[in-house]
Design a protein around this ligand. Sequence first.
Ligand code: SAH
Ligand code: SF4
Length: 360
Amino acid sequence: MKQNLLDFDAQQLTAWFAEQGEKPFRAKQVLRWIYKGGESDFDAMSDLAISLREKLKQTACIRTPTVMREETASDGTRKWLLDVGTGNAVETVYIPEESRGTLCVSTQAGCALDCAFCSTGKQGFNRNLSTAEIIGQVWWANHELGRSSDGNWPVTNVVLMGMGEPLLNFDNTVSALRLMLDDNAYGLSRRRVTVSTSGVVPAMDRLRDECPVALAISLHAPNDALRNVLVPINQKYPLRELMAACQRYLEKAPRDFVTFEYVMLAGVNDSVQDARELIELVREVPCKFNLIPFNPFPQAPYRRSDMQTVQRFRDVLMQADIVTTIRKVRGDDIAAACGQLAGQVQDKTKRTYWNMEVAQ
Ligand code: SAH
Ligand code: SF4
């Protein structure tokens, strides 16, 4: 089988070229063609000797996942459904803003962690994505959207907030992160790449040591009793340990704060008392809060808090000098908003559907 070069970060690609008897700078050239040039055709790599191009055509390929479907929302948000084999698919979402373009990338097909309010969690775990499938989402989005008039790629920021728990697919995620950061690939600054985790504490330490980028923590509850229910991995890594891990992370992080994501569930975690408890919880952790209006999905056991409640919650945090934003709901009309990504599933008749709702 041909080797997919998207599966390698710079170091791995250099090692692979060495195995083929090629010099390290060849790896650098190819990396630049693939990511800076957006090139997937070896024949177009004009500064490689023709014999090397021929050899690469025999042994290697540059292959992103296949796009099964794409949608554009009324606010310009784009969503791609990518085939990852055996009846599974993952989703990638591009969110255009005035001064940046953010790509929300998936790292697993499904997710094993089963958070109570998450549609990805409801479909269970299928498999880890390969490095090629993760970085391929960035490659594909840039390719589809095309360079801007100043010659830059449209994806300026990446958030690993699509389907799956990135820190439970650690190695492939880190290789993909390295490609996002590498000057010969996308060259994004560490501050523009964010890993979101539900709190896999040992892997947070590894990420800090191996590839520190901006960090978002899916907090969602001010105490262990509630978080054990909403984010079950809390039973393994409770809040005290999670807060300590955030502090350790900040020792080496590119930003001097972590972002706590907090999904607002009506009557569950959205009271003034909850906000006050949160302030105590995060007292020792430099942080910002991002309040996410709950995005409902079929059979979801929760409702979205009303805007007044969300604003009151924000005001309590702000009065304690915690910078707090309320996430705008983007791409709602194409089910591309946070937590709605469900990929594609098959029913017993093997018909396939865009989303989960019809496939129960
Ligand atoms: N597994 C990682 C990253 C993917 S989830 C994590 O949990 O952090 C990305 C974000 O969407 C998380 O903060 C998650 O809690 C949130 N989310 C999940 N379901 C949601 C929903 N239905 N409405 C709003 N946000 C949701
Ligand atoms: Fe997995 Fe994140 Fe969804 Fe929890 S919120 S089930 S960790 S994808």
